[in-house]
Design a protein around this ligand. Structure first.
Ligand code: FSO
Ligand code: SF4
Length: 548
C-alpha cells in the first residue's frame, strides 16, 4: 500500500484506493493532500489559542481544503506549495503565541520542520486517516473532514463574490481541531457531524445570497445545447465569479463562451443573459470530458473540479487551463485575482482565436432555472397540482454523476417514474435524465433543475415553503422522496445539511460511502432512516408503496 484514500464514491473495491486513485490521483499527490490536512489541523490548534479573524489565514484554509477535494488538484507542486504556505503561516502564529506567553499546543504538526521536499514524501504516509485505529472514530472523523471540504468549496465561491461568515470559519477551525483530539467519543463526534450539517446550511445560504445578489434570481430558462460557428472557450467547474470575468473580457473579441457540466446553471441567472457571446452548454457531466473536449476544438477553463486526467493520446491537453484551487501538472494556471481586480484571461482568449469553432455534438435545448425564487413564484400552480392529485409525489434526485456503469440506475429510475411525479434536481446528477422527453404536468416540467450541487439548498427552501403552505408540522410529511446520488465531498456536506434540516429516509447511492463503518451506518439508519438503493423495480415499490 503506497497511499490510502476513501473519500469518494469511486474508492477502489468499495473500500479505498491504495496504489493509485481511480480518479487518477498519484500516491504522491494523495499523500501530500493528507499532509496538507495535517498541517491545517495544527493551524487550527494554534488558532484556538489566538482566536484571530485573520483573512489571510481564513482564505488559505478554504483554498487548501478545496484543493483536496476529488478531481480538483492533481499537481504535486501545487499541493507542496500550499503545505509550505501553511507552515509559514503556522510559524507566524507560533511566534505570536510565544510573544504573548501562550503555551504551544502539543501536536507534532506544530513542531515539524522539514529540511527539504523529500521530507514531505517521508512524513506524509504517517499522517493519513489510517493512523486512527478505531474504525468508528476514523469513520466519523473522516465524515467530518469530508463535510468540511465541501463546506470550504462553497464558502470559497461565496468569498469570491465578497461574502463571508465568521461563524463558518470558527466552525471549520473547531472541526479541524477535532481530528487531533483523541479523547472524543463516538457521541461527541456524531454531535460535531450534525453541527457540520448546520454550518453546511449556513454556508449554502451564504452562497445563495452571494449568487442571487450578484447575478439575480435564477429563472426559467431554455439553454441551447447546439453550437455556432465562432471560436470558443468552454468553462467548467462551479465558480460564477470566474465566469463573469471571462464573459466581461471576451466581449467584442469574436470568442464565444460555452458552459460545461456544473457551469450549466449559470445560464439561469438574469445577469449572464446580457452577454451576446454566452452561447449555451456543451456536452454532459464531467466524466464524459475525454470525448467532448476533443470535439470542442477550443480551450477549456477549469474553475473547480471535476477534471479527468487526459489520456496520453488526447489532442486537447495543451488547451486546458486551470485556476483557483485546481491544478494538473503541465497545465497552464491562471493566477488568482488581486486587489479586487479581475483575473487575467487574455492568454486563454488569444488561444481560442487560434482554434476552430466547436463541432456540434447535440442540438436543441434543456430547461432549468427552478431555484427557490422561481418555484415559489409557481407555488400556486404547484400546490393546486398536488391538491388535485395531478402531482402525486416529488423525487429529489440531486447530487453527482459518476462514470461507473451502475449509475444507469438513475436514468432508468427517472424513466420508470409514473407520469404524475416530478423530479427536483441539482448538481451534475441531472445529466442522467435532463435530456429525456419526460414531459410536463399542467405546464410544470417533470424535471425541475434548481442549479449546481450547492443549489440543493434551494430544494430545502422549497420543501420548507411547501411545508408552510400545506400547514404541516414536519418536513417529512410532504409528498417528497429523496433518492440522492453522491460522488465527492460537496455531496457529503449537502447530505449533512439535509440531515440537519430533519430530512429522513434519504436513499443514497449508487453505493454507501466506503468511509462509513458498519456502526456509523447503523447510527444513520436508526436516527435518520438512511438507506442505499436496490434495483429500480424494488425501489419503485419502496417509494410508491407498490403502486407504480
Ligand atoms: Fe458534480 Fe464534480 Fe457539483 Fe461535485 S461536477 S461531482 S458534488 O464536483 O460538485 O455536482
Ligand atoms: Fe480513490 Fe476517490 Fe480518493 Fe481518488 S478521491 S484516490 S478515486 S477514493
Amino acid at each position: 500500500m503506497s497511499m490510502f484514500c476513501f473519500q469518494c464514491q469511486e474508492a477502489a473495491k468499495g473500500t479505498g484506493c491504495t496504489i493509485k486513485g481511480v480518479c487518477g490521483k498519484t500516491d504522491v499527490v494523495a499523500n501530500s493532500q493528507d499532509l496538507l490536512i495535517w498541517v491545517l489541523n495544527g493551524l487550527a490548534l494554534l488558532q484556538e489559542k489566538l482566536k484571530k479573524n485573520d483573512p489571510k489565514l481564513n482564505h488559505f484554509v478554504l483554498d487548501a481544503l478545496f484543493a483536496t477535494i476529488t478531481n480538483a488538484n492533481f499537481d504535486k507542486e501545487s499541493i507542496f506549495n500550499k503545505i509550505k504556505k501553511g507552515l509559514a503561516l503556522r510559524d507566524e502564529l507560533k511566534q505570536e503565541c510565544i510573544t504573548k506567553g501562550i503555551t504551544l499546543p502539543a501536536y507534532e504538526a506544530i513542531n515539524w520542520n522539514p529540511s527539504s521536499d523529500a521530507d514531505f514524501d517521508t512524513k506524509a504516509p504517517s499522517v493519513g486517516v489510517l493512523t486512527t485505529t478505531n474504525e468508528d472514530i476514523r469513520s466519523l472523523k473522516s465524515l467530518l473532514t469530508y463535510g468540511l471540504k465541501g463546506m470550504a468549496a462553497y464558502a470559497e465561491h461565496a468569498l469570491n463574490l465578497g461574502y463571508e461568515n465568521k461563524d463558518v470559519y470558527a466552525f471549520i477551525y473547531k472541526a479541524l481541531r477535532a481530528a487531533t483530539d483523541e479523547t472524543l467519543t463516538v457521541d461527541e463526534l456524531v454531535a460535531l457531524v450534525m453541527e457540520c450539517g448546520k454550518f453546511g446550511v449556513e454556508t449554502m445560504a451564504l452562497l445563495d445570497k452571494a449568487n442571487t445578489s450578484s447575478f439575480g434570481n435564477p429563472e426559467l430558462t431554455h439553454v441551447n445545447i447546439g453550437v455556432r460557428n465562432k471560436p470558443a472557450i468552454l468553462i467548467s467547474g462551479h465558480d460564477l465569479k470566474d465566469l463573469e470575468d471571462l464573459l466581461e473580457q471576451t466581449q467584442g473579441t469574436g470568442v464565444d463562451v460555452y458552459t460545461h457540466s456544473e457551469m450549466l446553471p449559470a445560464h439561469y441567472y438574469p445577469k449572464f443573459k446580457k452577454y451576446e457571446n454566452f452561447v449555451g452548454n456543451y456536452g454532459n457531466s464531467w466524466w464524459k470530458q475525454k470525448e467532448e473536449f476533443e470535439s470542442f476544438n477550443g480551450p477549456i477553463l477549469f474553475t473547480t473540479n471535476c477534471l479527468v486526467p487526459p489520456a496520453s493520446t488526447a489532442t486537447y491537453a495543451d488547451k486546458v487551463y486551470m485556476t483557483g484551487a485546481t491544478g494538473y501538472p503541465g497545465f497552464k494556471y491562471i493566477a488568482n485575482r488581486t486587489n479586487g481586480n479581475q483575473k487575467d484571461f487574455s492568454e486563454i482568449i488569444a488561444h481560442a482565436k487560434r482554434c476552430a469553432a466547436p463541432t456540434q455534438i447535440e442540438e436543441g435545448e434543456i430547461i432549468g432555472g427552478f431555484a427557490h425564487n422561481q418555484v415559489i413564484q409557481l407555488a400556486d400552480k404547484v400546490v393546486e397540482a398536488v391538491k388535485t392529485g395531478a402531482i402525486r409525489k416529488f423525487f429529489v434526485m440531486a447530487g453527482c454523476d459518476g462514470r461507473m456503469k451502475d449509475r444507469d440506475y438513475y436514468t432508468r429510475f427517472a424513466e420508470s417514474l409514473p407520469k404524475d411525479t416530478v423530479i427536483l434536481t441539482a448538481g451534475c446528477a441531472k445529466y442522467r435524465y435532463n435530456k429525456l422527453p419526460l414531459g410536463d404536468i399542467n405546464g410544470i416540467p417533470r424535471v425541475l433543475d434548481a442549479g449546481q450541487c450547492n443549489d440543493s439548498y434551494s430544494l430545502a427552501v422549497i420543501a420548507l415553503k411547501l411545508k408552510e403552505v400545506f400547514e404541516l408540522n414536519d418536513i417529512n410529511e410532504l409528498p417528497i422522496a429523496y433518492n440522492i446520488a453522491w460522488y465527492e465531498q460537496k455531496a457529503v456536506i449537502v447530505l449533512l445539511a439535509l440531515l440537519y434540516l430533519g430530512v429522513k429516509n434519504i436513499h443514497l447511492g449508487p453505493t454507501l460511502p466506503a468511509f462509513l463503518s458498519p456502526n456509523v451506518v447503523k447510527v444513520l439508519v436508526e436516527n435518520f432512516g438512511i438507506s442505499g438503493i436496490k434495483s429500480v423495480d424494488e425501489d419503485m415499490k419502496i417509494f410508491l408503496g407498490g403502486v407504480a
